[in-house]
Design a protein. Structure first.
Length: 375
């Protein structure tokens, strides 16, 4: 007879999460920890500045920060090959920066400016830069998963040796698109790695409360694909685990799930204080014991790095953030007349959208004039 059990909402602690050793013999070259710290520091400072600018009403819409998840972000993206493609959820600022999208164009996009990486059309949740093989920034939860499978299929059809890294949050694994995308990836043997950044909470609901199987990597077994878990606060471990799975995807067309155990030190979005569903003590424990930047800094100090070198890394990253804000401020707003651009790819887009403007063939201007006269 089947039995059921009730799980209490266990508080997440700053203790090192249990990791599943990666399978296979693919070993990455050692990660340059100085370069990793520089990138992680840039992301942290960029996110802190984004929070300030949002609160000054210079960034519209929603704004989701990844403060505390820098090791997961940098470690995973550093494992990608030059031809690999990246898709992500809407918590995307750090992923775009790690993929090489300039901080200037990312900040301009947050400001909704013409020189943003998505020409001011995407904002915080829909970053995009195909030139750097970064394809979003998806606002619909799990919306990027079928697209990632499709891009992996396109790569196979075109005979390219590439892999797709699809980042998603733990809240996306209960969506239908998760099951559809993983099933197709397994059936068609698509070169895609689904990297679940498990920060413990889908908005304000814990993973333990909302998942019948809270150990998400185990769900890969339903699709007969590898599923692994890694400590996402350890940038080197994340890099190695991601590299091994991407290499298998590239060379063997083996899809996989990688559960990256991490933690966000801010709320779900800037509008969320993050205190209604977790305690201040829980957040403080992660900040004190498992801050990924502090962990890398300790390793570098143990390896002989000086305080002057570390201070210069932070100053350099801060200069880049300051320049990004100045660039965004100076960038013009998009011309409203270009609103219809990039919506459709066919050459008749301009003619189709001309019907929506005043004085168009449908005669809206004349109708308005008649109404004004009647009034």
């Amino acid at each position: 007879m089947a039995t059921t059990r009730r799980r209490s909402q266990a508080a997440r602690t700053g203790r090192r999460p249990e990791a599943v050793p990666p399978a296979g013999g693919h070993v990455a070259e050692p990660l340059d920890l100085r370069a990793a710290l520089r990138q992680m520091t840039l992301i942290r400072l960029f996110e802190q500045e984004s929070e300030r600018q949002y609160k000054r009403a210079r960034i519209g819409g929603y704004c989701h920060l990844a403060i505390g998840q820098e090791a997961a972000t940098v470690g995973a993206v550093a494992a990608m090959g030059p031809e690999d493609l990246l898709l992500s959820s809407y918590r995307s600022h750090g992923l775009a920066l790690a993929k090489g999208v300039p901080a200037t164009t990312v900040m301009a996009e947050l400001f909704g400016r013409q020189d943003g990486c998505a020409a001011g059309r995407g904002g915080s949740m829909h970053l995009l830069d195909p030139a750097h093989n970064y394809f979003g920034g998806w606002g619909i939860v799990a919306g990027q998963l079928p697209i990632a499978a499709g891009m992996a299929l396109a790569g196979v059809k075109e005979g390219k040796e590439l892999a797709v890294l699809c980042e998603l949050g733990d809240g996306a694994v209960n969506m239908g698109a998760w099951h559809e995308a993983l099933n197709l990836a397994a059936v068609w043997k698509l070169p895609v790695v689904f990297a679940v950044f498990n920060n413990g909470y889908g908005m304000g609901t814990s993973v333990e409360q909302s998942n019948a199987e809270p150990e998400i990597y185990k769900r890969a077994a339903a699709f007969r694909m590898p599923g692994e878990r890694v400590d996402g606060q350890d940038v080197e471990a994340t890099h190695q685990a991601t590299y091994a799975l991407l290499e298998r995807a590239r060379t063997e067309r083996q899809p996989a799930v990688l559960e990256v155990m991490t933690y966000r030190l801010r709320g779900h979005s800037v509008a969320d204080a993050g205190t209604a569903y977790r305690t201040k003590e829980e957040v403080a424990e992660w900040a004190e014991k498992r801050d990924p930047i502090a962990m890398v800094t300790e390793k570098l100090i143990a390896a002989g790095a000086t305080n002057e070198e570390l201070d210069e890394i932070e100053r350099d990253a801060q200069r880049e953030v300051d320049e990004a804000v100045a660039f965004a401020e100076a960038s013009p707003m998009p011309d409203p007349s270009t609103l219809a651009e990039f919506v459709y790819g066919d050459p008749d887009t301009g003619r189709q959208f001309s019907r929506m403007g005043p004085g168009s063939p449908a005669g809206e201007a004349a109708v308005l004039a008649q109404l004004e006269q009647a009034a």
